[in-house]
Design a protein around this ligand. Sequence first.
Ligand code: SAM
Length: 319
Amino acid sequence: MNHRVTRNFQSLRLSLGSACDLACSYCVAPKEVRPQAGELKPKDLARLANLLHRVLGLKKIRFTGGEPLLGNRLERLIEALGPLDGVERSLTTNGQLLKGKLKILHRAGIQRLNVSLDSLNPRAFTRLTQGGELKKTLQGIDAALDQGFKLKLNMIPQKGINQNEVGALLNYALGRGMELRYIELMRMGHLRKEAIFSKLFYGQAEILRALKKDFLIRPLNREWAATATRYEVVQRGFFGMIANESAPFCRDCDRLRLSPRGELVGCLSSEKSFSLVPLLGLSDLAALAALPELLKQALAEKREQRFTGSGLWMKEVGG
Ligand code: SAM
């Protein structure tokens, strides 16, 4: 069966802006804390998200970036977004500003947070993030847990950088009732070059081999359209494995990205994006009429088999 006809986008990643207060080595080279040229105002991104919801009937929306907690873009976006009935809201953050933003997140109906945490060693954390403070992220995590938020942690193990911490991070997450997700490094942006990528790549097989030395684990069935395969750590909790390279999940991927420049990105393997900016000059009725064709084109970019790598940067399209 041809998935392009049968499947649709259900899950939107909305990038508030490419600006980030960190510059994680896998994500981007330079740190840039101001929005880049051409990025839309939050109210325009909100209008586009609303239009997308009216056409697609989204199930999930994840706010991301760049760093979505930087400045007040999230506050302005949420105010303009309105209720978006039936859509589960979540957010991905590096956690540096998390503690001070919890009230806003709560008010915005965002209960699920993914926090990027690649090391528990303060010096390694600062090196890897090019300037981040481990303490701030850990304090953000503790405060969010105290206030009842549901958290997952994202770790990208890399050879020679933090692969020796896969067990420590799992212990940390299990000890606080959180699910850790190991994300295989993706060939994006500067990592598209095979020589750089293969030097750093530390994949599912190696991660599982390392974990099996210290943990009793068993795989669970992967849910439809889920990025992660989940594992149980017997009697202790769960973790997930997002194995873009080793076990691609492209076939049932239902994710759509809206970049800060108002572009639709249907697939991370494709650098072809579809600008929704012209829709901002139209009435709702005219914009809703134009949107399905653009969505069809974005959907046609989806790969059926595997992520093939691209020159896109997560920071720019929304991680
Ligand atoms: N600033 C936020 C943060 O740090 O979580 C949100 C944006 S960041 C781009 C979101 C996610 O992108 C991170 O959790 C990271 O795992 C992922 N990411 C960025 N570059 C990646 C790469 N080359 N391979 C795999 N994941 C990547």
